[in-house]
Structure formats: structure tokens, C-alpha cells
Design a protein around this ligand. Structure first.
Ligand code: FE2
Length: 227
């Protein structure tokens, strides 16, 4: 049995699996190499709180601070909330080379073959794609990702210190115990089923200003069963 067979066994049994994508798709290392060069103006800040969901340009500092405060209150009181930055799939970002390099890689035939092996489903298209960036105070509280077939999160950060937070915690159905806790590790890919079942998960708050932001490529796929 190959390692990919074992990973597929986990995905089928648990509804999620994680492994080193670079072992199967080495190009991800080069595609991630220049993300630090992306101009700050391309990043937006996405915040969800009790007032709604807001995607704000990175320089709207007072609005960001106000929504961040509310998101933190919601986090404390157990309401679904999040706050992080992302490079979204917008026309304005069409010229950001590093973004499209990563999107093209995640939509490539080589990637489709990896995903086919892991999920036993053939991806037909990327429904949503963005690159997330977490700095101090950023988090996503417990949620389940609905719709599509499956989603992936490819970590793009090297040398993350788990003491800084930013951990991905996958919970049981009752959200009482952790089924897995993932420290951001370069090119580790989490694949999670969003069709048959949805697994509750969260990203814990980044508690200090990290030397490097925690970045990940996020993609959701439509897929058909492998024949
Ligand atoms: Fe999620």
C-alpha cells in the first residue's frame, strides 16, 4: 500500500487528511517562494462579527480596528467570528503574478491527480481560491465549511513557532475534543470533506506579532466520483 493509499484511507474514514504536498507536487515550493514580494495594497482584511462580514482594504485602519474589537467580543461570547487578511481572487489582483502561479498550480493536472488519489473523487473545478495571511490577533472560530465536494488548505509558512498560536484544531462532532491539532508546517496540505459530512474546525488566535505571517493557500473544489 502506498502512502497516498494510506492518506486516502484517513480521508475516507475521518473526513479529513493531511500530508506533505511537496512530496507529490514539488512545484509548490517554488510557487510559494515569492509571496513576500506581493504588494501590501493587494491584501484585504476580512472580518466577520455580529454585524456581518466585511472585506476591507488594508489601509482602512480605524474600521478594521472597530470590527476587530467586535470580532474578539464575539469570540469571547461563543459567536462565530473571524479576522484575517487575504489575497482574494479579484480582477484587481489579476496582475499579482505570485497569486496566479499558486492558483494555476492548485488547478493543474498534477494537483488533480494528487486529489484524485487522496479523495477518490476527480476535481472538476476550483470554486473558490484565496491566499490567507494571519498576523497578531487573527483567528477563525469554530465552524463547518458547507458545500462543494472538498476543500484544501496548503500551508505556505516555514518555521512557524506553535507558541505563537495560529493552530488548526479539528474537533469532534460535539466540538468537545480535538481530533487533530495542526501546527503550520511548510507545504502541509489539509484536505477536508465538505460534502458528505462537515467537520468542525478552528484556527486559534495568533497571540504575538510573528516574525513571518502565517500564510496558506485555500481552495474549494467541485468534484465527481472517480470511476
Ligand atoms: Fe474552514
Amino acid at each position: 500500500m502506498s502512502t497516498l493509499d494510506e492518506i486516502r484511507g484517513c480521508f475516507v474514514r475521518d473526513g479529513f487528511a493531511y500530508f506533505d504536498l511537496a512530496a507529490y507536487l514539488p512545484d509548490v515550493q517554488e510557487a510559494a517562494g515569492n509571496l513576500g514580494r506581493i504588494p501590501e495594497g493587494a491584501w484585504s482584511h476580512i472580518i466577520r462579527n455580529r454585524e456581518g462580514e466585511f472585506e476591507l482594504p488594508h489601509d482602512r485602519l480605524s474600521e478594521i480596528a472597530r470590527h476587530q474589537r467586535m470580532a474578539e467580543e464575539d469570540l469571547k461570547e461563543g459567536r462565530f467570528s473571524f479576522s484575517f487578511e487575504r489575497l482574494n481572487d479579484t480582477i484587481a489582483n489579476a496582475g499579482v503574478y505570485e497569486f496566479h502561479l499558486m492558483k494555476r498550480l492548485l488547478g493543474s493536472t498534477a494537483m488533480a491527480n494528487v486529489l484524485l488519489n487522496v479523495t477518490a473523487r476527480r476535481p472538476t473545478r476550483i470554486v473558490q481560491f484565496y491566499i490567507s495571511r494571519f498576523g497578531k490577533g487573527h483567528f477563525i472560530s469554530t465552524h463547518r465549511d458547507p458545500g462543494q465536494s472538498f476543500g484544501v488548505a496548503v500551508n505556505l509558512t516555514r518555521g512557524w513557532d506553535p507558541n505563537h498560536g495560529g493552530l488548526t484544531v479539528i474537533l469532534d462532532g460535539e466540538c468537545h475534543t480535538a481530533r487533530a491539532c495542526l501546527v503550520p508546517t511548510a507545504f502541509q496540505m489539509l484536505v477536508f470533506d465538505t460534502s458528505k459530512r462537515s467537520t468542525p474546525h478552528l484556527v486559534s488566535m495568533v497571540s504575538v506579532s510573528p516574525p513571518q505571517a502565517r500564510m496558506a493557500a485555500i481552495a474549494r473544489y467541485d468534484a465527481v466520483p472517480a470511476e
